[in-house]
Write a protein that binds this ligand. Structure first.
Ligand code: MF3
Ligand code: CO
Length: 260
């Protein structure tokens, strides 16, 4: 069941999305070799709580963090831990914030220190594919048009797209209908309509698309242990167009010339 949002509800998703983005901007300031992923998680949780929000992943089906932490071969749903980031790592931080009963959801993959060109290119392509997906999101188009835009962009550049994990609708719940895949044919899937709020979140692999879940039941990795990059925005369909409700601007401000 797809819940279309009123303009007032879209404003509430936008407010939650802005806090989500500002939190990732705070996290960005701490990305450097030697910092533990648990430290990043604490920074995020305290910032959200200081700003009247609730970290929506924390405790969700037993998930133990505010952030999902995605180091190198981790695709999604990694736990914050005492792992210290190393020079040359990439780390994704995926975050859902609830504010006044509505959710915002965003993810950014950061290079740590000096990252090799090949891995940086993976990150750039993954981020660009998110904007390709957003460009395909218009009223009257379908989720398959988003999926096909993402997949085509990545496949042309020699990367593979994870199929098992998808974007989703968002609102009062973190995951609402429709499912928003990153792979598939044009012209299939749910029709996009004004008032829909959805998350687009490509997960792009350097090697094969295959994944496996660790014995903790959560951490999802590439089977070949090659790196994976993940970027996500929350958008609303307004006046037939995509309005992007989360932003990487706070991250860009924090990282300055280190922003890729
Ligand atoms: N942020 C993820 C998403 O984009 C969901 C996190 S799963 C959780 O859908 F269990 F950690 F909450
Ligand atoms: Co999401």
């Amino acid at each position: 069941m797809i819940y279309l949002k009123t303009p007032e509800e879209i404003r509430l998703v936008e407010a939650a999305s802005d806090l989500t983005s500002r939190t990732l901007g705070e996290v960005a300031r701490w990305i450097e070799p030697g910092v533990t992923t648990r430290k990043l998680d604490t920074i995020a949780r305290e910032f959200i709580q200081d700003n009247g929000g609730r970290p929506a992943c924390l405790g969700y089906q037993g998930f133990p963090g505010t952030l999902c932490i995605e180091v190198n071969d981790v695709v999604v749903h990694g736990f914050p831990s005492n792992y210290e980031l190393r020079d040359g790592d990439i780390v994704g931080t995926d975050l859902v914030v609830e504010l006044n009963g509505y959710m915002g959801d965003s993810c950014y993959t950061f290079p740590v220190g000096e990252v090799d060109e090949k891995t940086l290119a993976l990150c750039r392509t993954a981020k660009e594919s998110l904007y390709e997906g957003i460009a395909a999101a218009k009223a009257g188009k379908r989720t398959g048009d988003i999926a096909n835009a993402v997949q085509t962009y990545c496949a042309r550049r020699g990367y593979s797209v994870v199929r098992e994990m998808c974007g989703h609708g968002i609102g009062r719940d973190m995951h609402e209908d429709p499912e928003v895949p990153n792979c598939g044919r044009r012209g299939i899937g749910a029709v996009l309509r004004n008032g829909m709020c959805i998350c687009i979140e490509p997960m792009i692999n350097m090697g094969s698309r295959n994944i496996a879940i660790d014995r903790d039941g959560w951490t999802c990795r590439t089977r070949d242990h090659k790196p994976s990059a993940h970027y996500e925005h929350t958008i609303a369909i307004v006046d037939d167009q995509a309005r992007v409700l989360t932003t990487f601007d706070y991250i860009s401000e924090a990282l300055k010339d280190r922003f890729i």
